[in-house]
Write a protein that binds this ligand. Sequence first.
Ligand SMILES: N[C@@H](CC(=O)c1ccccc1NC=O)C(=O)O
Length: 350
Amino acid sequence: MNEMDIKEYEHQYSPSRWSHRLGQEAVIDAHVEVMKRGSQIARETIECQTDLSYGLREKAKLDLFGAQTLPEDAPIFVYIHGGYWQFLGRESSSFMVTPLAKAGAVVVTIGYTIAPEASMDEIVSEVKAAITYVLQLAKKRGSSGVYLCGHSAGAHLAAMMLAVDWMGEQMLNDSLIKGALLVSGVYDISPLVNTYVNDPLRMTESDACRLSPVTHLKNIIQHSMKRRIVVAVGQHDSPAFHIQSKEFDEELRRGGVTSELIDVPDTDHFDVIEKMSEEEYILTEAAVKMMGLNLDGVSEGFKQASLIVNCYCCSERHTYGILYSLKMDEFKLGHIPLPGGETVSAQTPA
Ligand SMILES: N[C@@H](CC(=O)c1ccccc1NC=O)C(=O)O
């Protein structure tokens, strides 16, 4: 590969260069900030068990939302974060919990050891261990199904999980994984081998091939005949990301899998997932529908309140609807401490 090709790949696979909203650094800073804030609010308002270990390494932990509040048979939504297998973690992974819990889904956010501490092989194995934990939990609860969601590198990891023979390897029922929402993913990671993305990962061409979902299409198709797949991409994602999503969806459909491609209008690589903190968003709606739920009411075990706060994006006063569970009763509804330390008053709707 010559210098020109490498430069072009680096351009195509640098999502921050393609944002229609913000500059390269600003879009990443905003992404991390928005996800962290939203995640913190979810941890403070939704009943959760955090830092549950599914493996031996420090980062092999997951957070579980709504498991003690929602019915045992509730569907389980699993979020696998992105960050090119080398950034981000659970602290910024729970921003989408509120609307999903409201609709009645238990949410699991997975942490995993990132590069350079872990190789791509180790990352895929670790995520597999996390999904094994979730499938065991789903079986124990009698959950109606497990739904995988991943963003960017997380969509790559979620897609890899669709190829696993859970029955043969873990004695777990394959059919418990009933769907996947893959957002702005990379399904063939070989174009990354010669780019800066691979510096901490140090994959060879053969590693990248072995660890790409497209290499395992036959298995993915075989195990996904009863699954519902949504492949989503941001309108302002780069052409390479669009091609990756379009081709992956096409291959699944060619194999007879129920898959659909959603090109999300007016979004870039970053807000395409950030907006899953909102109820009225095409991908939140797709996730809720996939799980056989709806957003018409508040699921049992949760209550809703309104909250007037300084908005963190524009600092104007806004009224927010918030969802709370057992956890908020500890705060005696009426005074809700915010992540920043400010305390605001809240009222339950009449
Ligand atoms: N170097 C990449 C960085 C990147 O993709 C990224 C950075 C922070 C959080 C998420 C990211 N991408 C996808 O998960 C870029 O230029 O966009």
